[in-house]
Design a protein around this ligand. Structure first.
Ligand code: DAH
Length: 354
């Protein structure tokens, strides 16, 4: 069998060239390409291996030893470089993924107080500045306080004026000693009129802000849970002029010096006479105009009597305004959803500039 050409110097040269390039390789991909070039099927080393079989016995031995040594040299150089490149790659990755444990982290993003909360505080400040007291009644209220004490008769059609959540299986028992009424989620803050009269007596100057409940669906202008501010003053010689004075001052405090109020005759069981109260709103979109803002009137003598106050000696006025409505008007907000959805970004807008 003829010898296939076998040139030890050429193989040695190619392998040492390969080892040289391996030492210079800059990444694992390049390294792999060098491996297949210098030891793959077409390489001098592979060709020489194939040629060995055809060599004469004495050449076979030296050729075999040479190829074995070249393979080992090449393999060692490859292994060394591979380890080194893998290490470098690992180091690079670790550096890229490094976490700086000393950086400050924002684990508790800052919230913002709801504009309604702030509005109610403004309203309370207004009353405190006039020397009034602030009171807070319960949200789960005796039907008696919510209706009866306010002169809503048992079959009074006015009971249907407000769509009430009645609460099952509860009987009222409270500090004023009243026992035996059904319970409701209060439909307005007016029960605080009766509560304040009973628990504080006269003369009385009290404002109450708080949550009220009605069976309304949530839409752009309604929400089943909303807020009101109630004011009641009972003293000797109070008249509707006092009521009007306080309303105008409150309007100015909420909406600026140009704001004022007007009264239109109306009906509420707990005031007589009663009025709807409109607000003169200079900055309204579409031009200035009157906008309905709340209800008011002179405290009905029957309410005074229910609370044990002598209507011949004392008189008083009361009013109630919706807080959401006030906020919508004051800030030109068009959708109730914005007020109730609790998106902190909404509230943050009102934190600015303070
Ligand atoms: N409670 C009434 C309502 O929720 C508002 C109201 C009207 C309050 C007249 C008053 C008042 O104090 O005098 O619709």
């Amino acid at each position: 069998m003829a010898e296939v050409e076998f040139d030890p110097a050429a193989v040695t040269d190619e392998v040492s060239e390969g080892i040289g390039e391996i030492r210079e390789a800059s990444d694992l991909e390049e390294l792999k390409a060098l491996k297949s070039r210098y030891s793959g099927a077409g390489s001098a080393m592979a060709r020489a291996s194939r040629a060995i079989g055809s060599l004469s016995a004495d050449r076979k031995k030296t050729a075999g030893q040479l190829i074995g040594k070249l393979r080992a040299d090449f393999g060692r150089a490859y292994g060394l470089k591979e380890g080194q490149l893998q290490q470098e790659e690992e180091d690079r990755r670790l550096r890229a993924e490094r976490v700086d444990m000393t950086l400050p982290v924002d684990r508790k993003p800052q919230g913002a107080r709801h504009p309604l909360t702030r509005l109610m505080e403004d309203v309370e400040d207004f009353f405190v500045s006039m020397g009034w007291r602030i009171a807070q009644g319960p949200e789960l209220e005796a039907e008696w306080y919510n209706f009866d004490a306010l002169n809503f008769g048992p079959d009074h059609p006015a009971r249907q004026m407000q769509d009430t959540f009645y609460v099952k299986g509860n009987q009222a028992r409270d500090a004023a000693g009243f026992v035996g009424s059904n319970m409701v989620m209060r439909t307005h803050t007016s029960p605080d009129q009766a509560r304040s009269l009973i628990t504080r007596g006269v003369p009385l100057y009290v404002a109450c802000t708080g949550r009220v409940f009605r069976t309304d669906e949530l839409d752009a202008t309604h929400t089943p849970v909303f807020h009101q501010c109630e004011a009641i003053a009972v003293d000797e010689h109070l008249t509707m002029a006092d009521l009007k004075g306080v309303l105008d001052k409150l309007a100015a405090a909420m909406f600026g010096p140009e704001a004022r109020t007007r009264l239109r005759p109306s009906y509420f069981p707990f005031t007589e006479p009663s009025a709807e109260m409109d607000l003169w709103f200079p900055d309204r979109k579409g031009g200035p105009g009157w906008i309905e803002w709340g209800g008011c009137g002179m405290v009905n003598p029957n309410v005074l009597r229910s609370a044990g106050v002598d209507p011949d000696k004392y008189s008083g006025f009361a009013f109630g305004v919706g807080m959401e409505r006030t906020l919508l008007l004051r800030h030109d907000i068009n959708d109730m959803h914005d007020l109730v959805e609790g998106d902190v970004r909404f509230s943050q807008q009102f934190e600015m500039g303070e």
